[in-house]
Ligand binder design. Structure first.
Ligand SMILES: CC(C)(COP(=O)(O)OP(=O)(O)OC[C@H]1O[C@@H](n2cnc3c(N)ncnc32)[C@H](O)[C@@H]1OP(=O)(O)O)[C@@H](O)C(=O)NCCC(=O)NCCS
Length: 173
């Protein structure tokens, strides 16, 4: 089963190779990369998964981003992803373990009981709906690049605070 370690425990070059294997080398041109361009990865909530022999099987990275509303106000959010599991390891629970680690760390990070910021991602709704990610509230949102609206997903305990319109980009800008 997966051993989850902080992302910073793994050589960044190995993470790059994993992401190339999971998404292809053209991944850097994706809109998700533009949304978080220049933002620092969030160390305490980003993880890697190792197999029994300590080979790298998967990774998850979270980033500070913001939705800029039509009045020019930035609403801070956390971008989840890429979530990547190496081809030989897919379907064995690594993705679910990585998601549980990051979402658990986000929720544990607020010991005063305050809820975490809304989490946003571009991903497969069939996979991510098990953690309550949904495109229901993102219909008026845009991105700095092309995207499939059905795959622009958000997760929050309080959808009422989400702006109905805006464009996603890095935080800080
Ligand atoms: C998508 C991904 C992160 C899932 O991780 P994983 O370790 O393979 O998946 P897990 O073993 O944790 O989860 C398996 C479960 O997810 C389901 N599942 C896996 N990929 C799915 C997908 N793309 N859509 C819907 N369900 C999916 C499986 O049917 C299984 O369901 P079950 O728990 O009901 O049996 C991984 O396969 C991956 O990195 N793929 C390459 C990149 C990619 O295609 N990403 C697309 C999403 S951004």
């Amino acid at each position: 089963m997966a051993t989850i370690v902080p992302l910073s425990a793994v050589d960044p070059k190995m993470i790059d190779q994993l992401l190339d294997a999971a998404f292809g080398i053209e991944r850097r041109a994706r809109t998700a990369y533009r949304i978080r361009h220049g933002a620092p990865v969030l160390d305490g909530v980003s993880f890697a998964a190792l197999d029994e022999d300590e080979y790298l099987a998967g990774s998850i990275q979270l980033w500070p981003v913001a939705l800029l509303d039509p009045a020019g106000r930035p609403h801070p959010m956390i971008m989840v992803g890429p979530v990547a599991v190496a081809p030989g390891y897919q379907g064995q629970g690594y993705g679910k373990a990585l998601m549980a680690a990051s979402l658990g760390a986000l929720e544990a990070g607020f010991d005063d009981g305050a809820p975490p910021l809304p989490q946003v991602m571009i991903g497969d709704p069939d996979y991510y709906r098990r953690w309550d990610f949904t495109a229901r509230h993102t219909g008026g949102w845009t991105c700095p690049g092309s995207f499939d609206p059905d795959r622009l997903l958000v997760r929050t305990g309080n959808p009422a605070i989400l702006p109905t319109e805006g464009i996603l980009g890095p935080w800080p800008r």
